[in-house]
Design a binder for this molecule. Structure first.
Ligand code: FA5
Length: 344
């Protein structure tokens, strides 16, 4: 039996010497040491041995198993090492190559302008609020002193969802919403950025969906000069310290008096150019003193409180600030356009 075991060992080692892949190694392990392998087969005959012989043969069998296993293990490690080396050689990184720039995102110019606007007004003590884009006829028009069939409704044609629900045409509905939320507390000092919708021309300066920022201040002794000072401060922070403003009389049903506000032309500084149609001024927003009816609908007694409000088109501000000549650039998702703003 001892000879058979020695012979098995020699066979196994001879076979192992010629092996050069992991698969063949596994096969040899099964063939010689597996449950149905050659070694088990021989050891089945142990029962026939005498009590003295059994431990001796047992020892030999263990030695044979140990010797075969040692070679298998050694070979396995060698295969693994070779495999790792092959992989490392394949994955070698040339650290002398220049780095590859990862694609870098940036904020959309309209987002940037809205953030700038918020920073400026928060710096003046305003809070930032929001309102629904799907609005009731009441807040969008009636609470703003625009009863049904009022001719001024024609200035803001809208997309209706039902007779009484529409996509808001401006951010002004948040004026009364804000006043009601403040429940008579003062001062109210809020700006409201957001999307608005109009059935309007689709051209270089008009879109059916655009952004506005509304501002509303209500308190005691709020005057037109406060509105003017606030807007002057705003345009100087937005467009530069030398910017001037001009207030022209206008009409909005929800403010009285109402004004259109112009800034000195960003391009020519007021001298006159094509952008400002040789006037030196560019209109940027509508504003005025909150109409007494609107104050009342917001729960503020117009005999005690007064206020101002303004509403500007964000696209208009962005076009002026960045010299963009067509509003549609903002919506086309053209990366070569948008990338210019990524690092501003
Ligand atoms: C209003 O929407 C008033 N709610 C503003 C207001 C608020 C007045 C508070 C008084 C007090 P107007 O319709 O003029 O006003 O629009 C304001 C700005 O939105 C315009 O100056 C313009 O910059 C922008 N705007 C208007 N229509 C469009 C459009 N179709 N596409 C892009 N921007 C537009």
């Amino acid at each position: 039996m001892k000879e058979r075991l020695e012979a098995l060992k020699n066979d196994a080692l001879a076979e192992l010497a010629g092996v050069n892949d992991a698969q063949a190694l596994g096969d040899i392990r099964v063939k010689y040491l597996g449950k149905k392998g050659a070694l088990t087969e021989i050891l089945r005959g142990m029962g026939a041995l005498s009590a003295e012989e059994r431990p001796v043969i047992g020892q030999v069998a263990n030695d044979v198993r140990g010797a075969i296993e040692a070679v298998i293990e050694e070979k396995q490690e060698a295969f693994q090492r070779a495999e790792t080396e092959k992989r490392l050689a394949k994955e070698t990184i040339d650290i002398t190559l220049p780095g590859r720039r990862l694609p870098e995102g940036g904020l959309h110019p309209l987002t940037k302008v809205i953030q700038d606007l918020e920073d400026i007004f928060v710096g003046m003590g305003y809070q930032v609020a929001e309102g629904p884009e799907v609005e009731t006829d009441y807040y969008n028009f009636e609470a703003l002193n625009l009863p049904k069939n009022h001719p001024a409704r024609d200035m803001q044609d809208s997309f209706y969802i039902t007779e009484d629900i529409l996509m808001r045409t401006h951010t002004s509905p948040v004026q009364v919403r804000t006043m009601l939320a403040m429940q008579g507390e003062s001062p109210v000092k809020v700006i409201v950025p957001g999307k608005v919708y109009r059935r309007d021309d689709d051209d270089a300066t008009h879109s059916f969906q655009f952004h506005q920022v509304e501002g509303i201040v209500v308190g005691k002794n709020i005057r037109m000069s406060d509105l003017k000072g606030t807007l002057l401060q705003f345009v100087r922070e937005m467009f530069g310290a030398h910017t001037e403003i001009r207030l022209r009389p206008s009409f909005f049903p929800f403010t009285e008096p109402s004004v259109e506000v112009d800034v000195t032309c960003i391009k020519c500084g007021g001298a006159g150019c094509r952008l400002c149609k040789q006037t030196g001024w560019i209109e940027i927003l509508g504003a005025g003193m909150v109409h007494p009816n609107v104050l009342e609908m917001g729960g503020y007694d117009p005999k005690e409180y007064s206020g101002f409000a303004f509403g500007m088109g964000v696209e208009r501000i962005a076009m002026l600030k960045y010299g963009v000549d067509d509003i549609r650039h903002f919506y086309n998702s053209d990366l070569s356009f948008l990338k210019q703003f990524a690092r501003l």
